[in-house]
Every structure is written in C-alpha cells, then in structure tokens.
Design a protein around this ligand. Structure first.
Ligand code: NAD
Length: 255
C-alpha cells in the first residue's frame, strides 16, 4: 500500500510555534495541507507569514499553555474560526531559560514552573483541544526528549518533566483509543535551535559533542530531521500506532 501524507482539510494546533522546532512543525504540517493554529507565549507572526508566503493557511495566537483558561480560549477561538480540530502537537516547553545544576541546587520555583509548563501545559492543552476531536478522531503528538529516555543529569526538573510526558502519553492513549484519537510522543536528541543554545549556554559545544558521540548516526540533528516523524504521527499513515514514544535521536536509545 502506498501511503502519502496528505493533511488537506485537517486543522493542526502547534504549541510553542513562534520559533525553533515548533515553527518547523507548523511549517511542515502546513506544507502537508493542514490549516495550522500556531500558539505561543510570544508572537507567532513570523511563523504565520512564512506559512502564508508558501501558499499555506495559518492562524497565530498568544497562549500560555500553563493556564487552562488561556488554552480553552484558544480552542474556542480556533473552533469558531475553523470548525474542527484534528491534530495537537504539544511542543511548548520551558527549556531555553531553565537554570541547570546539581539536583540539590535547583531552585524550587524553577522546578514548579518547569512542571507547570512542561507537564500541566500538556494536560491543559489536551483538556482544551481534545474534546472537539471526539466526533471524528484525531492525533495528539507530545514532545518528550532524550533527556527522559537517556536520563540527562544536572537538569532534573527538565528530565523529570519530559519523563512525565511519556507516562501521560501512555495513559491518555488508553483513554482515547475508543474515540479514534491516538496519542504518541516524540523524543528528540539535541537539535540545533536557539533554545538549545540558550539551554546549554557556554557548555553547548561540549554538550553537543557528548550527545553526538552517543548517536549511531553521528551528526547533530536539525529541525527538519523531526518533521517527517511529526507528519507520520499526525496522519493516517500511523493509524494503529498509539501510546508510543518514537526516539528521533540518530540512534542513541532504543525504546
Ligand atoms: N532543541 C533541542 O535540542 C530539543 C531536544 C529535545 C526536546 N526538545 C523539546 O522540543 C520542544 C521545542 O524545543 P526548541 O528547541 O524549539 O525550544 P525553544 O525554547 O526554542 O521553543 C520553545 C517555544 O515554547 C514557547 N513557550 C514556552 N513556554 C510557553 C508557555 N507557557 N506557553 C506557550 N508557549 C510557551 C516559547 O516561547 C518558545 O517559542 C520543547 O518541548 C523542547 O523541550 C528540544
């Protein structure tokens, strides 16, 4: 059977879509034919303009995934304007600006905000965007990380939050299967983005060298390396795949 990824007529929501990987996912989904709802704390104007310049369709809106009211407002607005929701990519995360350090030196406030955005944020978006999918089915793609599948030291708040995303994915997949809604996670290795540079700071070169040394395919990932997996999980090409975590890490961890 030939499988072509065609998302024409579908509406795909991407959180954290103002830059980096979220922007690449939004662009990829739009190229595959989906109308994209780009959400972020920051302005998504550049993402929307890029998509429209390539002939795609997108709406941008500010949304704080850590705030359920903000998520529900964004979902109501998207439904009112587009009439349906089919795909949710939970990509927004507190990552770039997190202060790292030994497990016993992390600030409690950083731990709490990391959980609020990276874990509660995924739950909030599922609570806001999934109910309208119940009629026709849909696909939720949660972004985890090599930090969880491998166990990144000195960032226990981030590592723990990304491990929680995997558990949430497995549990929610079992709840939503009967509605034809699939829930999967993607765990990227270090990917060249502004956020990754900010996260590692002056340790970036050493950190990336260490990550790449653990990969079977030894080059640092680019945002485009992730897009194919997102499209696959968003589309009917993966119609019997749910509850899974796909490592897109150049062959570091085998799940
Ligand atoms: N780049 C990497 O090396 C890498 C590796 C593994 C996993 N990831 C994950 O991929 C995702 C994207 O990474 P990136 O490198 O593009 O990061 P990034 O920091 O460049 O982008 C994250 C985006 O999320 C937005 N955001 C943060 N808090 C938000 C909130 N409360 N509500 C809405 N939006 C919010 C930010 O404004 C930003 O635009 C994250 O989930 C990250 O944890 C990244």
């Amino acid at each position: 059977m030939m499988v072509k990824i065609d998302l024409t007529g579908k509406v795909a929501v991407v959180t954290g879509a103002a830059r980096g990987l979220g922007r690449a996912y939004a662009q990829g989904l739009a190229k595959a034919g989906a109308t994209v709802v780009a959400l972020d704390l920051s302005d998504c104007g550049d993402t929307v303009r890029d998509i429209e310049a390539s002939g795609g369709r997108a709406l941008g809106r500010r949304c704080d995934v850590g705030d359920i009211t903000s998520c529900r407002d964004a979902a109501d607005d998207a439904l009112a304007r587009l009439g349906r929701l089919d795909v949710l990519v939970n990509n927004a995360a507190l990552f770039a600006t997190l202060k790292t350090g030994r497990f016993d030196s992390l600030a409690e406030g950083d731990w709490e905000s990391c959980m609020r955005v990276n874990v509660t944020g995924v739950w909030n978006c599922c609570r806001a965007f999934v109910p309208p999918m119940r009629e026709r089915g849909g696909s939720v793609v949660n972004i985890s990380s090599l930090a969880a599948t491998y166990g990144l030291p000195n960032a226990l708040h981030y590592t723990t939050s990304k491990a929680a995303v995997i558990g949430l994915t497995r549990g929610l997949a079992r709840e939503l299967g009967r509605f034809g809604i699939r829930v999967n996670a993607v765990a990227p290795a270090a990917v060249e983005t502004e956020g990754m540079s900010q996260f590692f700071g002056d340790k970036k070169e050493d950190a990336v060298r260490a990550v790449v040394a653990g990969q079977s395919i030894r080059r640092v990932l680019r945002t485009d390396d992730l897009v194919g997996t997102i499209l696959y999980l968003a589309s009917d090409a993966s119609s019997m795949v749910t509850g899974q975590t796909i490592a897109v890490d150049g062959g570091t961890v085998s799940l």
